[in-house]
Design a protein around this ligand. Structure first.
Ligand code: ADP
Length: 181
C-alpha cells in the first residue's frame, strides 16, 4: 500500500523477482482490460480517467477469479488492491475460501509534494492518461480518504509493516525484504 507515486509498482517488480512469485497490479490488469475493450474495461474507464476508484464489487469479482488461477499457487504480491475497507474485508473472505494466507501488508510512505512531482514527471513519458496534475491530486485524495484507513485494519491484524519510500530503488527494496524476514 501507499499513495500514488510512492513506487509500489517499481518495488513490486523487484520483490516478485526476489521471491519468485507473481505480481498482480490491479491498475495494470484494469488498463489491460481497457485496451482490450472488454466489458469490465469499458465499465472501469470513466472511474480511472477521473482518478476515482472503480466500484468494489467489480474489483472483488475480478480478483476472486484471478486468485484462483494456477499461477497464484506459489504465492503472489498484490499491488493496488485492496484499496478500501470493503475490498479488504472481501479479500479476507476470498483468502479464507481459497485457503490462502496473507503474510504481510507493506505500507510505503513518502512526502506528498515529492510524490506529485514524481507523477507529473512520469506522466510526460508513461502515456498514462491519469498522470496529469488534477487527476494525480484526486488520486492522492482518494488514497487518504478510502485507502489510508486500511493501515489500521492491517495493524489490528498484526500484519502491517511500514517502510520509508524515500531513497534509491534498491535501498527501498532492501528495506522491504528486511521487514519481511
Ligand atoms: P496509482 O497507484 O498510481 O493511482 P494504479 O495503477 O494502482 O495507480 O491505479 C490506477 C487506477 O485504477 C486508479 O485510480 C483506479 O481508478 C483504478 N484501480 C486500481 N486498483 C483499484 C482498486 N483496488 N479499487 C478500485 N479502483 C482501482
Amino acid at each position: 500500500m501507499g499513495p500514488p507515486g510512492v513506487g509500489k509498482g517499481t518495488q513490486a517488480t523487484n520483490l516478485k523477482d526476489h521471491y519468485d512469485i507473481i505480481h498482480l497490479s490491479t491498475g495494470d490488469i484494469l488498463r489491460a482490460e481497457l485496451s482490450a475493450e472488454t466489458e469490465l474495461g469499458i465499465r472501469a474507464k470513466k472511474y480511472m480517467d477521473a482518478g476515482e476508484l472503480v466500484p468494489d464489487a467489480l474489483l472483488l469479482t475480478m480478483m476472486e477469479q484471478r486468485l484462483q488461477q494456477d499461477d497464484c499457487e506459489r504465492g503472489y504480491l498484490l499491488d493496488g488492491f485492496p484499496r478500501t475497507i470493503l475490498q479488504a474485508e472481501g479479500l479476507t473472505k476470498i483468502l479464507t475460501e481459497l485457503g490462502h494466507q496473507l503474510d504481510a501488508a507493506v505500507s510505503l510512505y513518502a512526502n506528498e509534494d515529492e510524490l506529485i512531482n514524481r507523477l507529473i514527471l512520469r506522466g510526460k513519458t508513461s502515456g498514462r492518461s491519469d498522470d496529469t496534475e488534477d487527476v494525480i491530486k484526486q488520486r492522492q485524495k482518494v488514497y487518504w480518504d478510502a485507502t489510508a484507513p486500511l493501515l489500521d485494519y492491517y495493524q489490528k491484524l498484526n500484519l502491517l509493516q511500514k517502510v520509508d519510500g524515500l531513497g534509491t530503488i534498491p535501498e527501498i527494496t532492501e528495506r522491504i525484504i528486511e521487514v519481511l524476514r
